[in-house]
Ligand binder design. Structure first.
Ligand SMILES: Nc1ncnc2c1ncn2[C@@H]1O[C@H](COP(=O)(O)OP(=O)(O)O)[C@@H](O)[C@H]1O
Ligand SMILES: [Mg+2]
Length: 261
């Protein structure tokens, strides 16, 4: 994990966390992504906005390799990963959360985080018994606090509220040494109080961890990001600071004016 000073050196050296070059993704005749050029600096926090079907989740799939691009190149931290499988991208510090929850329902909160810290992949079980002096357990306790779940440490995941489950997913994405995290609508279905908590959690992430957040809630998106990409019909429609995007008449017409959400 690079320190903050190492990060500023990387940034001044022009290192990008992510570079997409002419990325497209077709599903049969459907063009879900068309000629996407996008760069995200190391440590940058970027929001991706756009109506349903705009191509936002497909963009994440192209970045992670879950659905590789039909054409174009994907670079992570300067390295071309277009032809690498998902796990090789994870090894390079890429993480994601999904629109739909993928948790181990029967296990406790701390055990879920512990397994993620131990690098146990989803769907595979370890018979190893967590011990307090274990460095994986130490990391798990730190992440537990980072996502504000100390009070439900030993609760089975199936008994958590929807909002708490989303917080746990963030903890899982933070396990290991993430450098770029893709959050797919983390605020979906959250109460106003849970949204506030989510914003606090995201704002408190260490500086060297960059993220891209797909978010329908404009208020959440603009509070946690320093740059915004608007998508429409599989293309980038506009990029700017949160202020520029919020005050852009075309954005207001396209996005805010049509009962979005
Ligand atoms: N696996 C898939 N197979 C076929 N079509 C897909 C697939 N994934 C996404 N699409 C289509 O691509 C378009 C963009 O979808 P998506 O990226 O999920 O949009 P968003 O996340 O912005 O709502 C939609 O028309 C959707 O139906
Ligand atoms: Mg989506």
């Amino acid at each position: 994990m690079p320190s903050t000073s190492a990060l500023s050196r990387l940034q001044s050296a022009g290192l990008y966390a992510l570079e997409l070059e002419a990325v497209s993704r077709h599903f049969g005749a459907l063009v879900a992504l068309a000629d996407i050029n996008l760069t995200v600096k190391a440590g940058e926090r970027r929001a991706v906005l756009g109506s349903n079907g705009a191509g936002k989740t497909t963009l994440f799939n192209a970045i992670t390799g879950d659905f590789p691009p039909t054409t174009g190149r994907v670079r992570l931290f300067g390295e071309d990963v277009t032809d690498l499988p998902v796990h090789e991208r994870i090894r390079r510090g890429l993480r994601r959360t999904y629109q739909i929850s993928l948790l181990f329902g029967g296990l406790s909160v701390i055990d879920n985080i512990y397994l993620a810290c131990r690098g146990v992949s989803r769907g595979r079980f370890s018979l190893r018994r967590p011990r307090k002096d274990d460095s994986g357990m130490e990391a798990a306790e730190t992440l537990l606090s980072a996502v504000h779940l100390d009070n439900v440490r030993d609760t089975p995941v199936g008994d958590l509220s929807h909002g708490q489950q989303r917080q746990l997913e963030i903890a899982l994405a933070l396990a290991g040494a993430p450098r770029l995290i893709l959050f797919d609508e983390p605020a979906a279905g959250l109460s106003p109080t849970e949204r506030t908590e989510l914003v606090e959690i995201l704002q408190a992430l260490p500086d060297h961890i960059g993220f891209i957040i797909i978010e329908h809630d404009m208020d959440v998106a603009l509070r946690v990001s320093e740059s915004v990409t608007m998508m429409h019909n599989g293309r980038i429609f506009k990029e700017g600071t949160p202020e520029e995007i919020e005050n852009d008449p075309e954005v207001q017409e396209l996005y805010l004016g049509h009962g979005h959400g």
